[in-house]
Design a protein around this ligand. Structure first.
Ligand code: HEC
Length: 106
């Protein structure tokens, strides 16, 4: 009986994990950001869809998000400090990730 419960809990966990990756992280995000970020839901830092909501309706969303990623630090999420450019993203990666994140608001 105990093992049935354990496997049911494990299956439920897998379903939650499957949902979390419903919108796929771009390749550069997997490389430089996914240690701390999910697209959907918190990890070490905020989920990218939550960041998109913060900037929803701001026509400069993508450039503001790119500036945050480039600088790193704290942005008011009270989750700690983000390293500048994550795990070593280049400027082109930062730009495309900022557009991806801003685009999640639509
Ligand atoms: C070592 C962990 C870590 C890595 C790696 C990391 N981040 Fe973060 N990130 C954080 C934390 C922690 C915060 C929240 C800081 C706070 O509390 O305000 C954050 C916040 C953010 C925000 C919110 C900015 C805002 O203006 O509100 C964005 C966007 C973001 N990260 C994008 C990225 C991208 C893109 C990458 C990859 C290039 C990345 N992060 C890599 C930890 C990380």
């Amino acid at each position: 009986m105990k093992s049935i419960i354990v496997s049911m809990v494990a299956a439920a966990g897998l379903m939650v994990a499957g949902f979390a990756v419903a919108t796929d992280m771009p390749a550069e995000g997997k490389k430089f950001c996914s240690a701390c970020h999910n697209v959907e839901g918190k990890k070490m830092g905020p989920g990218f869809t939550d960041v998109a909501k913060k900037y929803a309706g701001d026509k400069d969303a993508a450039s503001k998000i790119a500036a945050s990623i480039t600088k790193g630090g704290a942005f008011g999420w009270n989750m700690g400090m983000m390293p500048a450019k994550g795990m070593g993203a280049g400027d082109a990666d930062v730009q495309s990730l900022a557009k991806f994140i801003a685009g999640l608001a639509h």
